[in-house]
Ligand binder design. Structure first.
Ligand SMILES: *[C@@H]1O[C@H](CO)[C@@H](O)[C@H](O)[C@H]1NC(C)=O
Length: 418
């Protein structure tokens, strides 16, 4: 299924911008859409690096989570950093006996990567994506019901690979909320607002994933060119929002004729990029694009887009999210964690997952490193002027260049916020 997508995508791009390149590169070793009807799995060296392979697996979990989340609220923005949720689940799997462990591992696609040292590799991945220059913060925590006695044989590897200590609730709602808020403040350096929502009652295991990102473009936007402009919510309704623009933007671009969308990629400092998916027509129904999102598909896009010059407009964005993703995870073959899982490596008492919470903040504005594009970017010659206006519902993916990890994903139906 995934390989087929990949071939379709390659076909789509071939039709538009890269037929010349492809025809002129005999060393091209990726399989052509063959006549047997069985797509050949591509052996990409990128995915042979253990940390990239792990990043692909948990990012595929992230796209699954995004799809379910988006499906549950088709008319609302979605802002997610699935990495923090994946981290909490991966950490929790350290305390799971075989049946429960394999449930978690399947959801995270670990069964497909045969890595004997998943947790060690995970530590490496976390270290790589949270270096200060990426401006990306992510933290996860496992919170247990009050008075629970936890085995030290669970705590030690948790600290070693995930750098986190489990928390046991006191049972005093005010104190517990304060403690969780203080932890979030410390982890996110105060970038995420304190929550006023009480810790839910009846917690057995609560997973908390938090993340924050503020983008720095490689090429900054001229704030004098920012103005109030229309954003089309759908075919009828329009709102006015601050829109940044660059009449001579250098970006990477491709038209996907299967998904009926224009894909663009803008580089960020810290070796990251944002990939935008913009439908050809104004619509809130982004299902087709959402269905195609996988690590392999995004990796392919990253390779195949062509550098061009365009007239670019993009809304300023400052979004935050605080809420549960419990229901989403229950719909992702993880229901058994909420029923009768086996966490006997954590404690002798029967415990189960009861809540999964996510808090995140995400922002981009004109800020960037330089005023001119890097000299390495030579736009392809185009015979037509290209416009790229993010003035209607779109999807964005924040991706780490080095590992390919999905750091944030958003569905923006209304840039004014949720
Ligand atoms: C959204 O688009 C998909 C695929 O194009 C279609 O199957 C689905 O029915 C649409 N959903 C709505 C709510 O219109």
């Amino acid at each position: 299924m995934q390989a087929l997508m990949l071939l379709l995508w390659t076909g789509a791009l071939l039709g538009h911008s890269s037929s010349q390149d492809r025809a002129g590169s005999p060393q091209e070793d990726s399989p052509a859409p063959d006549t047997t009807g069985v797509p050949v799995e591509e052996e990409d060296p990128f995915f042979k690096v253990p940390v990239n392979k792990l990043a692909a697996a948990i990012s595929n979990f992230g796209y699954d989570l995004y799809r379910v989340r988006s499906g549950l609220s088709p008319a609302a923005n979605v802002l997610l950093s699935p990495l923090s949720v994946a981290t909490a689940l991966s950490a929790l799997s350290l305390g799971a006996e075989q049946r429960t462990e394999s449930t978690i591992h399947r959801a995270l696609y670990y069964d497909l990567i045969s890595n004997p040292d998943i947790h060690g590799t995970y530590k490496e991945l976390l270290a790589s994506v949270t270096v200060p220059e990426k401006n990306f913060k992510s933290a996860s925590r496992i919170i247990f019901e009050r008075k629970l006695r936890i085995k030290s044989s669970f705590v030690a590897p948790l600290e070693k690979s995930y750098g986190t200590r489990p928390r046991i609730l006191t049972g005093n709602p005010r104190l517990d909320l304060q403690e969780v808020n203080n932890w979030v403040q410390a982890q996110m350096k105060g970038k995420i607002a304190r929550s006023t929502q009480e810790i839910p009652s009846g917690v057995s295991i609560l997973l908390l994933g938090v993340a924050y990102f503020k983008g720095q473009w490689v090429t900054k936007f001229d704030s004098r060119k920012t103005s109030l402009q229309d954003f089309h919510l759908d075919e009828e309704r329009t709102v006015t929002v601050p829109m940044m623009s660059d009449p001579k933007a250098i970006l990477r671009y491709g038209l996907d004729s299967d998904l009926n969308c224009k894909i663009a990629q803008l580089p960020l400092t810290g070796r990251m990029s944002i990939i935008f998916f913009l439908p050809l027509k104004v619509t809130q129904n982004l299902t087709m694009i959402e269905e195609s999102l996988t690590s392999e598909f995004i990796h392919d896009i990253d390779r195949e887009l062509k550098t061009i010059q365009a007239v670019l407009t993009i809304p300023k964005l400052k979004l935050s999210y605080e809420g549960e993703v419990t229901k989403s995870l229950q719909e992702m073959k993880l229901q058994s964690l909420f029923d009768s899982p086996d966490f006997s490596k954590i404690t002798g008492k029967p415990i189960k997952l009861t809540q999964v919470e996510h808090r995140s903040g995400f922002e981009w504005n004109e800020d960037g490193a330089g005023t001119t594009p890097s000299p390495g970017l030579q736009p392809a010659r185009l015979t037509f002027p290209l416009d790229y206006h993010l003035n209607q519902p779109f999807i964005f993916v924040l991706r780490d260049t080095d590992t390919g990890a999905l750091l944030f994903i958003g569905k923006i139906l209304d840039p004014r916020g949720i």
